[in-house]
Design a protein around this ligand. Structure first.
Ligand code: HEM
Length: 148
């Protein structure tokens, strides 16, 4: 019971952090993004990757060590829908990460400002992540109650 509580608590804190990071990236990737902004954004994007990895680790931990047992999930359509939504958000984050890395290489020049067309393209991927993300907790609540 205690292990389940620790994993569930960690899972919730981590997924809220992930949501906050996506919102922060959406707020930062706007026209006029400066070199200093790119440096900050690049650190935030590194946290994004690290926290996403922890979400996977703790999530797998919940499947293996959680109260219901792994069978409750692997035969559950809502669990797999949640995984699909999570993977979709992950795939949508790849393009912004590559772009942010490129910008970071130019950001040692203090006068650098990100070109507006690159902002627009990258922002679209971040907004799309924000649009799909809410499906994950919806499927999570579903999988905890139905689907098996
Ligand atoms: C951003 C990604 C994620 C979000 C927003 C999220 C959200 C949630 C939420 C809100 C719950 C609580 C559901 C409830 O009790 O009503 C939950 C439970 C759970 N999640 Fe996640 N989750 C994410 C990723 C993952 C991943 C990657 C895995 C597995 C690899 C996972 C495995 C689980 C498990 C096993 C439970 C327990 C469900 C139960 O009580 O039966 N989650 N998740």
């Amino acid at each position: 019971m205690f292990t389940d509580l620790v994993l569930a608590s960690a899972h919730h804190v981590l997924v809220f952090l992930l949501a906050a990071i996506i919102a922060t990236e959406a707020a930062m990737v706007r026209p006029g993004l400066s070199a200093a902004g790119v440096k900050r954004l690049s650190r935030i994007d590194a946290y994004y990757g690290a926290i996403a990895a922890l979400v996977i680790l703790v999530g797998v931990g919940r499947i293996v060590f959680g109260l219901k047992g792994w069978e409750a999930y692997i035969y559950n359509w809502a669990f797999w829908s949640k995984m699909a939504a999570f993977v979709a958000v992950g795939l949508l984050s790849a393009r912004p990460t590559l772009q942010i890395r490129k910008w970071r290489m130019s950001a040692d020049d203090e006068a650098f400002t990100v070109p507006t067309d690159e902002i627009a393209a990258t922002r679209g991927f971040i907004i799309a992540q924000g649009a799909i993300f809410p499906l994950i907790p919806i499927f999570a609540a579903t999988m905890a109650r139905y689907g098996y």
